[in-house]
Each structure stands twice: as structure tokens, then as C-alpha cells.
Design a protein around this ligand. Structure first.
Ligand code: ATP
Ligand code: MG
Length: 458
């Protein structure tokens, strides 16, 4: 009701151009200037002193009004990238999909972008209507119109402490609604990633999706297939490390966006075996992000795909392959399946594989092996991974506890914890045959239910 009234008062319908923005005072938007980074304030000041318009824009303004500390600050200006570049000694032009300038102040980088024009018939698009290039400068009003959601089209002037609002974003934010600027269907066609952004931002800010924003998603989800893999990976990474990953996935499911969208998401949400494990891992990632602690993409992707690896590995063993080569093959199989759609960078893939390959080594609790494992650079990540496996019931709790004790003990204590060398699990001597891989996979892999590996058991 109130929303309708607010809209009637504030909004003429679909006005394409020439409408005066609302200028919202500090008393109404409530932004505390001391929460705006020094670097962003100085960037605006320098640009304004040179005669340009300059505002903090986008997610940072939205977050400040919502009472969240922004993770970075963007500035929008009517100065061209060249002009910006000349005003700041430590700056450089970055030319990707959009040309922007990075302005550096100490450890902080401010992204400065020039106001961009609205799309017209000259905009370069692919055959599905996806916008491919977007480098035409425009007015501030046009710049606001090409942003995705009303809450993302707010411009904050640190000098006057006012917010310029063309699309009633402040009212929507206070009403806790995520509303699209323009017609949602055509905005999704221009850039399908906006569907994922809608879900992520609604989870992050606790906003309800305007029905017009959510209604087309189910039918349009297939458009995600045309988005380049690297961009999808970036977006997935943002979602998974937003501090609200569990909520994001729940909302993706509600919107029907998880289905067929990304093989990775299908994997996460549709494997009964792994769901507990994956959810535990996402919840702990959320906790870490919110507490400002470090997170590792390698670790998270290793958890997301682990049960796929386990399943593939089991299948191969059941068809008579040896355990260790079967493990390597299972790993490659699962990673290949993901590679086509989701471009996981090589560096992250390396971490993923290492964490997986260290898991079998936790099985060996005799001789020098546990000591060598402790010295592995990735030991900590692999151990955390083992704890998660134990929490989800896939690895024996007793094994995880043993490793906790082993780490905490002094040298003598560790010696005392070692198991006799001739354990029942020891089936083969280590061989040098696999070019150094033998150590990594030397132990026996537990099965999905956590049982010790079998010589030929069930
Ligand atoms: P986050 O909290 O993740 O940083 P954000 O909204 O700031 O969220 P960015 O990717 O940093 O996301 O984008 C900055 C701003 O650029 C957005 O607030 C929005 O105004 C605009 N923007 C980003 N992506 C799109 C898009 N796909 N379509 C239209 N506008 C976009
Ligand atoms: Mg941002």
C-alpha cells in the first residue's frame, strides 16, 4: 500500500528522459560521511575542483544507506578516462568491457567511471540481445538509467552530503524492495547476469524482489548459457563469497535459477549425499566472510565438488580400477565436466586438487607419513576439509579427532599417538612409479560412508 502511494507520488511512468532527480538531504538518507573512505572523498574533491561532476556511486551508496560497510568505493564523473588519468598521479586506465580508471591511494583503489550513455540502435549486441560493448559517454541521467536496480543508481556527493536519486532508489531501499530500472525482460536480455545479481543483492541486503523482477527469471534462465564462462565464474565467486551464500542458494532455488544454469550449481543443490557437506562448508564460509577472516576459493570449490569426485571414484573402483589411478581419473573427470561452463582459473584448480589429494594421506597414521603430512604447505586447508567431512558424517569422526590431537601434541606425544606400522590397511609398499604422486595418494581412500577402503569388500 505504502509503496504504491510512494510510487504514485514520486514517479511518472516510464519517463524516458528529462526528469529531475530527487536531491536527498543527509537527514533523510542518513549516510555518515566518516564511513566514506578518505580515498573516495579525495577523488571526488579533486575532480570537482577541476570543474567536473563527481559522485560516489552504486553499491557503496546503497550499502551506506543500508548500514553496511561497503567493501569498495566507485566514483562516477563526467570527466573522460583521459581527463581522470591526468588528474591523479597514481592512476591507470583499465580497458575491459567498460573503460574505467583505477585511482590508487595507499592500499586503496577507487574505480572511476565516466557517465555512460543509454543503449540505442547503435549498441553492439549478440544475437540474443546481449550487450557486447558499452563505451559511449553520456549524461548523468543516462548513466543512472543504464544501471540495473533502482537502489544501485544513487549518487552521493561527499561535499554537500546529498544523494542524487533519479529512480526512487532511496524509497525502494527503505521499503526493502529490489526494483529494476526499466523493463526487466529487456534488461535481462541485455545482460542475463542481472538475474544472478538480483538474487545475490536481495540476499545480501534482505530485500524482497519486486514481482516484475522475479517473474521473468524462470523463463529466461536459459539465457545464462550465452554468458562467457569467465564472467559467470566472477559472478559465482561474488555470490559464494558474499557472506550470504547459504541464503543466496536458497533464493536461487526459490527463483528456479539453479536448474540447468550452471553445472556447478546443479551439483551443489541436487546431490542428496553432498548437500549436508556443501551447506556446512558454505555456512562456515559465510561466517568467515562476516567475521572479516580470510577465505580460500580453492577450499570452497574443493568442497563443492568433493562428492562428485567420491561418486566417480567409487564407480571406477567398482568396475575394477585400482584405487589410486581411479582417484586421479575421477578428479580429472569431474573437473573436465565443470571446465567447459565455468572457467575455474588454473591457480584455484591447483589448490582444489591439492586439497583432494591430501585427503587419502590422513588415513596413514604410522611411521613418518603423518609427520610429512604436517609439513605440507596446504596441510591446514586439507585438515579443515577433513573436519568438514567428519562433521557431515562422510569421514570417521575418530580420524578427525586423531589429527587434532596429533597436531596439538609435542614431538613425544606425537610419537605415542602413532599406530603400529603393520596396520590392516597396509596393502602395498610405496613405489616410486608414479612420478612423485605416490606420496600424495599413498594412503587408502575412505568410501562415501567413511569406512576404510576395502580389498574387495562391499
Ligand atoms: P557489490 O556489493 O557486490 O559490490 P555492486 O552493486 O556494487 O555490488 P558492482 O559489480 O560493484 O556491484 O557494480 C557497481 C555498480 O555498477 C552497481 O551498483 C550498478 O549500479 C552497476 N552495475 C553493475 N553490474 C551491472 C549490470 N550487470 N547492469 C547494470 N548495471 C550494473
Ligand atoms: Mg561494488
Amino acid at each position: 500500500m505504502i509503496r504504491k502511494l510512494l510510487r504514485r507520488v514520486f514517479r511518472r511512468r516510464d519517463e524516458p528522459s528529462r526528469h529531475e532527480p530527487a536531491v536527498i538531504s543527509q537527514a533523510r538518507h542518513g549516510i555518515d560521511r566518516s564511513h566514506v573512505s578518505q580515498a573516495a572523498r579525495r577523488t571526488c574533491e579533486t575532480l570537482q575542483q577541476a570543474g567536473h561532476k563527481a559522485y560516489v556511486v552504486g553499491g557503496a551508496v546503497r550499502d551506506l544507506i543500508a548500514g553496511i560497510d561497503p567493501k569498495d568505493f566507485d566514483v562516477a564523473t563526467d570527466a573522460t578516462p583521459e581527463q581522470v588519468r591526468h588528474l591523479f598521479r597514481r592512476s591507470r586506465i583499465i580497458g575491459r568491457r567498460f573503460q574505467i580508471v583505477h585511482v590508487m591511494f595507499g592500499p586503496e583503489t577507487i574505480e572511476v567511471s565516466t557517465f555512460r550513455a543509454a543503449h540505442d540502435e547503435n549498441t553492439v549486441k549478440d544475437e540474443h540481445g546481449r550487450v557486447l560493448r558499452d563505451n559511449v559517454w553520456g549524461s548523468m541521467e543516462e548513466d543512472a538509467a543504464r544501471r540495473d536496480f533502482t537502489v544501485n543508481a544513487l549518487y552521493y556527493d561527499p561535499g554537500t552530503e546529498t544523494v542524487i536519486d533519479y529512480h526512487h532508489g532511496v524509497a525502494d531501499l527503505k521499503q526493502k524492495t529490489l526494483r529494476m530500472i526499466g523493463e526487466p525482460r529487456s534488461r535481462y536480455r541485455e545482460d542475463p547476469v542481472r538475474m544472478l545479481r538480483a538474487v545475490r543483492l536481495s540476499a545480501k541486503l534482505g530485500l524482497a524482489l519486486d514481482p516484475a523482477v522475479s517473474a521473468p527469471i524462470r523463463a529466461m534462465a536459459d539465457l545464462m548459457e550465452n554468458v562467457p564462462a569467465a564472467r559467470l565464474f566472477d559472478e559465482m565467486q561474488k555470490l559464494l563469497f558474499s557472506g550470504h551464500a547459504v541464503e543466496c542458494l536458497k533464493r536461487l532455488r526459490d527463483e528456479g535459477l539453479h536448474h540447468g544454469l550452471l553445472p556447478l550449481l546443479d551439483v551443489i543443490l541436487e546431490q542428496p549425499l553432498g548437500e549436508r557437506f556443501v551447506m556446512a562448508s558454505l555456512a562456515s564460509t559465510d561466517d568467515r566472510v562476516r567475521a572479516g577472516r580470510s577465505t580460500s576459493p580453492g577450499f570452497l570449490f574443493a568442497t563443492l565438488l568433493w562428492h562428485e569426485v567420491l561418486a566417480a571414484w567409487e564407480k571406477r573402483k567398482a568396475s575394477g580400477e585400482y584405487a589410486v589411478p581411479a582417484m586421479f581419473a575421477a578428479m580429472d573427470e569431474v573437473l573436465e565436466m565443470q571446465a567447459g561452463k565455468l572457467a575455474i582459473p588454473k591457480r584455484i584448480l591447483g589448490d582444489v586438487k591439492e586439497i583432494w589429494l591430501l585427503q587419502p594421506r590422513f588415513e596413514k597414521r604410522s611411521g613418518g607419513s603423518p609427520f610429512r603430512l604436517l609439513e605440507q604447505p596446504r596441510f591446514r586447508a586439507a585438515y579443515d576439509f577433513l573436519l568438514l567431512r567428519a562433521d557431515s558424517g562422510e569421514a570417521p569422526r575418530e580420524l578427525a579427532d586423531w589429527w587434532t590431537e596429533f597436531q596439538e601434541a609435542d614431538h613425544g606425544g606425537r610419537e605415542a599417538l602413532l599406530r603400529p606400522d603393520t596396520g590392516p590397511k597396509k596393502r602395498r609398499r610405496r613405489s616410486r612409479g608414479r612420478g612423485g604422486r605416490d606420496e600424495a595418494a599413498g594412503g587408502a581412500m575412505p568410501g562415501p560412508a567413511g569406512e576404510a577402503p576395502s580389498g574387495g569388500g562391499d
